[in-house]
Design a protein around this ligand. Sequence first.
Ligand code: COA
Length: 333
Amino acid sequence: MRSVGIVGTGSYLPDKVLSNADLAKFVDTNDEWIASRTGIRQRHIAEKDMPTSELCYQAGLRALEDAQIVPEEIDLIIVATMTPDYAFPATACLVADRLGAKNAAAFDLEAACSGFIFALATASQFVATGMYKTVLVIGGEVLSKILNWEDRSTCILFGDGAGAAVLQAVKEGFGFLSFELGADGSGGKLLSQPAGGSKCPASLETVGKNLHTLQMEGREVYKFAVRIMGDVSVKVLEKAGIKKEDVDLFLPHQANTRIIDAAVKRLGISPDKVVVNLDKYGNMSAASIPVALDEAVKARRITEGDTIVMVGFGAGLTWGACVLKWTKVGLKV
Ligand code: COA
């Protein structure tokens, strides 16, 4: 098996910014409540005519530039999203077409906010076995289009964006050291978009009842998130044989600062080793981790040889984490 790493990253946020004060103009909330309960100050919102594939395309393009590869070199594109352009065709196919990735297979993967980690785990298998040399993994969401903008308990939390990573073989001892993935469907109802699928197809009634929007039992999800983020981080470090003291950067899913703080406290990691950007973007589901990763790389918070832990959780319920020893030097094998 080959060692597999990330040899390029990119991200894209739509221009339009919606602050907490802007939100307070049309929903009963305020900056103080949102900031103190979640840490979020603002989020980016896609224009009406901007679908997920557009954000993913922009992020993918930047990741390819960063990795210095051309679209024809990509063997596979995986888009992690729960807000695809359509139920079908897959958003990844649309992105492949926009990029001109003529030699790539393409499919979507849905594991909600854990999606990017699941997609990294999936993509890395193709490279590890030698089936593919280059895989583009993108996490992208336009959550603003599935939110109920009259529900203050959910609409304040989310934002739009996309982040991407190019995976290739890297030198031995570098790249992904371990993955840990999990799911518990018994908690599926805690966070869902009830209508629009085969269980509850679109009808005038489902639209009237707002069933095409994101529904969440916030407190239950919060309890799950705090527990799972600590548990999965401990497990993935054990699997990799890495001590928590040797972690250079902890890159958690960006849902709520209180959830991140609880996990960091449990792990005993120093707060200056933790990436937090949810104040600027809110929770972007599958896009949160890759956007944070790209920003950390570009800000030189991650350099050759660093040990990084990425951990996500979300609807499903799902959770996933990985340990990565950083190098951007791809082996052209
Ligand atoms: N502005 C002002 N008040 C609000 C509000 C808002 N946006 N949303 C809820 N409230 C009110 C509630 O109505 C409630 O009022 P009441 O006590 O008079 O009934 C009060 O604030 C407390 O609500 P509660 O839901 O208990 O708040 P909380 O401390 O649990 O925080 C969340 C709510 C959503 C921030 C928190 O539960 C959370 O972060 N959950 C996890 C969500 C998540 O991360 N989901 C994605 C997973 S990938």
